[in-house]
Design a binder for this molecule. Structure first.
Ligand code: AMP
Length: 540
């Protein structure tokens, strides 16, 4: 017997329709690439996205065509997403922090037809233009007055857009059609194209908005510092309008001072980014003596959130930390460390212990942890294994690799992370599967050791890698970047681990470096670090 409810497809443009109708005057404030602060509303963005959809169609962009963006978070970038979505084309956010050759590889692999760029990225595009065989048009997200001299044939966005009126209706689409693409950073091999559907984006945005995830509302002013090109922009370009939240976008400036200025002047209530961004903000606050009177919640993910960051936000600035875990293949949010009733009474160090966990899954994300035998491990908060996930916003294949199996027999996707889950459902990542140290047949979590090293007052950044060992197979080496102007000694660093980890987890040695290599999304690049220390041997 069929249900008698309406057939209302879950397409992304319904989100902007909803925001424009129900929250028409809600603001979208951006620091523009040209410099000044720009203000618009959901109603205006809706009108411009319709105009853009019509303009794209007039230029021959059709359903299923991929269109790339190399752009910061601004109102223009967001309306480009919705304009493309409205004609069934696919937004493809490209990470400008990748090497130019990788950018070219990704654009060619996706066979993008148009390329929207911010002025900032013109030098990169000038360099790789000859390699971009599929790109027919390069549109600069600015106006003619700001277009510099260039060897390229550039189209100014505003004038190009003005050639169309907004008299348009979104194209009717299957909710399972492709909506967006994002390539994973891939520390080994070529990047892989993750393809979101309209349905997955809508379901994910709904799941991401509930109180124990981001908890967005029409009273929030949300600042996505995490770039749209990083893991689907953590869905904030969907979850914010879906919730009627105002948006504040940092554009090209992501230094501590610039972030603070917007948090303060725009009364931002929730913001989201990777730990390195928050480290910069906290350093700025400490130096300048500024405070965060308006900020209520900060979402921290992309890599493990160091305890010191959580402690500073919670205890010094009275801001609630939402530690989040996810990945490009999960649209991307997988868990948030929400505070359940059972743990609400925890305080001080015990609460900080809890907040080191990546958290609980929302409806739409199923998790399990398996051992090398593929058997499920118990949810006891101790037994670690491979973390696998299943759900309507989790990848089942990669672009142009549809036949390659990436799911297990039960349809779970292997995240590549190692984790344990406790009886309350709190998951904690202990490592990337390829980074975990195997010592004497047991596993040592490099993330736990890195977090502990950061408790030392003179440690700015810490990374732990496994070094081949004749007796134990592998043993941990701790690599430290000291804070400016300090020279911590090995003994005081090793003392941090005393009593906090089992003896056999203690790093065998400490090395000091000026810099630790990072990936284009700000994660520690362990492959490069392992290369740097290849041939390293511990003193006998
Ligand atoms: P990406 O697809 O580039 O966002 O990378 C996803 C990977 O980042 C995950 O599989 C984890 O290894 C790592 N990651 C993301 N969030 C966290 C977190 N809160 N703690 C530890 N690792 C994280």
């Amino acid at each position: 017997m069929p249900g008698l409810m309406q057939d209302w497809s879950l397409t992304c443009t319904r989100i902007l329709d909803h925001a424009a109708r129900n929250h028409p005057g809600r603001e979208i404030v951006s620091r523009s690439v040209e410099g000044p602060i720009h203000r618009t509303t959901y109603a205006e963005m809706h009108a411009r996205a319709l105009q853009l959809a019509k303009r794209l169609q007039a230029d021959g962009i059709r359903e299923g065509d991929r269109v790339a963006t190399l752009a910061w978070n601004t109102w223009r970038h967001m309306e480009v997403w919705y304009g493309l979505l409205g004609i069934g084309a696919v937004y493809h956010t490209v990470n400008p922090r990748l090497f130019p050759d990788q950018i070219a590889w990704i654009i060619n692999h996706a066979e993008d037809r148009f390329l929207f760029i911010d002025l900032t990225f013109l030098p990169i595009v000038e360099k790789i233009r000859p390699q971009l065989a599929s790109i027919e048009k390069i549109i600069v997200l600015s106006d003619a007055a700001h277009l510099p001299e260039s060897s390229l044939d550039l189209v100014p966005y505003e004038e190009w857009l003005a050639e169309s009126d907004g008299d348009f209706a979104w194209v009717e689409l299957d909710e399972n059609a492709a909506a967006g693409m994002c390539y994973t950073s891939g520390t080994t091999g070529n990047p892989k194209g993750v393809v979101y559907s309209h349905r997955s984006n809508v379901l994910h945005a709904m799941a991401a908005s509930v109180p124990d995830m981001l908890g967005l509302s029409a009273r929030d002013r949300v600042m996505p510092v995490v770039p749209f090109f990083h893991a689907n922009g953590w869905s904030l370009a969907f979850s914010s309008p879906l919730s009627g939240s105002a948006m504040v976008m940092p554009g090209p400036r992501m230094d501590g001072e610039a972030i603070w200025e917007l948090l303060d002047s725009e009364r931002v209530s929730l913001t989201a980014a990777v730990p390195t961004v928050w480290l910069m903000l906290l350093q700025y606050l400490e130096k300048s003596g500024k405070a965060l009177p308006h900020l209520d919640r900060v979402v921290i993910g992309g890599s493990a959130c160091p305890r010191a960051i959580t402690k500073a936000f919670e205890e010094v600035y009275d801001v609630r930390v939402k530690h989040a875990w996810g990945m490009t293949e999960m649209s991307p949010l997988g868990t948030v460390c929400a505070i359940k009733e059972e743990v609400a009474e925890l305080a001080g160090e015990a609460m900080l212990d809890l907040q080191e966990k990546q958290g609980i899954a929302p409806f739409t994300v199923e998790m399990k942890v398996t051992g090398d035998d593929d058997d499920e491990r118990p949810w006891d908060g101790r037994t670690f294994g491979r973390l696998k996930v299943r759900g309507p916003a989790v990848s089942r294949a990669y672009f142009k690799e549809e036949d390659a199996a990436v799911l297990d027999g039960e349809g779970f996707f292997e995240t590549g992370d190692v984790a344990h889950i406790d009886a309350q459902g709190y998951m904690q990542i202990t490592d990337r599967a390829k980074d975990v140290i195997k010592s004497g047949g047991e596993w040592i979590s490099t993330i736990d050791l890195e977090n502990l090293a950061l408790l030392h007052p003179d440690v700015a950044e810490a990374a732990v890698i496994g070094i081949a060992h004749p007796q134990w197979d592998e043993r941990p080496l701790l690599v430290i970047v000291p804070k400016d102007g300090t020279q911590p000694d090995k003994a005081s660093i090793m003392a941090v681990f005393e009593g906090r980890v089992a003896k056999w987890w203690m790093p065998n040695d400490v090395e000091f470096v000026d810099e630790i290599p990072h990936t284009a999304t700000g994660k520690i690049k362990k492959t490069a670090l392992r290369e740097q220390f290849s041939g390293y041997a511990f003193d006998a």
